[in-house]
Design a protein around this ligand. Structure first.
Ligand SMILES: [Fe+2]
Ligand SMILES: [Fe+2]
Length: 265
């Protein structure tokens, strides 16, 4: 789909469970020729928590080129067996001494796209500084490509917005927030350079609570006891994300378009 000097990159918000995987499969079957490169956050793709090796392979076969993650990346125990060999998967870069990689550089046509994943620190697990962790690798990535996406996974919009401005000044292409599963309507291009949205949203059942089942969610609130959260199961699903049009000469974003597609499985 690329026209000269342009790449169209699709970023999908957190896939939640089987409804999220099936929604993305259906959406990409119908639309994949519109995009040159597809990034998806998969931290909730396997029954709402983490990503199994089986689902990693399944999502790869749907045409997802890079999978980012977040605080739920470690929830399925087989992640430790395959993450070092998973070419398309990254985990937050600021987990200290963890297996896997916090960034990747992936070829698309004659170009390279660098993708970095980081966790924020407001209302999130205690973790290394995202700023220091990203800056450690940014110059290395810039030696190979000027097209750089950051998936910044955290709760607070102000934290995402502030780091986005900071890294825009460092010349990155896109700074996409994830984690809340609620899409924000504040997409913009910062300083004519960096595509930004506070949260891309999620892909999954629209009948639940951010993709999870209402009954198990309300039970937790009514009792405040630990319990098992289930994925919402329904045929009503949504695809949330953004499409970023990149000028491959400058490495800057020219356009960001929010997508919020409702469909039946
Ligand atoms: Fe999530
Ligand atoms: Fe998360």
């Amino acid at each position: 789909m690329s026209t000269e000097n342009k790449l169209r990159i699709l970023f999908l918000g957190d896939l939640v469970g089987k409804p999220g995987r099936l929604a993305v499969q259906k959406f990409l079957l119908q639309n994949s020729e519109k995009y040159d490169f597809v990034i998806a956050n998969v931290e909730n793709a396997s029954h709402g928590f983490g990503l199994t090796a089986k689902n990693y392979e399944e999502l790869s076969s749907f045409g997802i080129d890079c999978m980012t993650s977040g605080n739920h990346i470690w929830d399925k125990k087989d992640i430790f067996q395959y993450i070092d060999e998973a070419d398309k998967l990254i985990r937050p870069i600021n987990y200290p001494n963890a297996p896997g990689k916090g960034y990747k550089i992936i070829n698309v046509k004659e170009y390279k796209v660098g993708i970095i994943n980081a966790l924020g620190r407001n209302f999130m697990p205690v973790i290394d500084s995202p700023l220091n962790s990203i800056e450690k690798v940014l110059e290395e990535i810039k030696k190979e490509t000027n097209i750089i996406f950051i998936d910044f996974h955290t709760e607070a919009t102000a934290e995402k917005m502030c780091y986005a401005k900071y890294f825009s000044e460092k010349g990155i292409t896109a700074f996409i927030g994830t984690h809340t599963h609620v899409q924000t309507a504040d997409e913009k291009i910062i300083d004519n350079k960096t595509a930004y949205i506070s949260d891309a949203g999620f892909c999954g059942s629209t009948d639940g609570i951010i993709g999870m089942d209402y009954e198990t969610s309300i039970k937790h609130l009514l009792t405040m006891m630990p319990g098992r959260f289930e994925v919402a199961s329904s045929e009503n699903v949504c695809i949330n994300g953004v499409i970023v049009t990149v000028n491959t000469s400058s490495g800057f974003a020219e356009e960001i378009q929010r997508i919020n597609v409702q469909m039946m499985l």
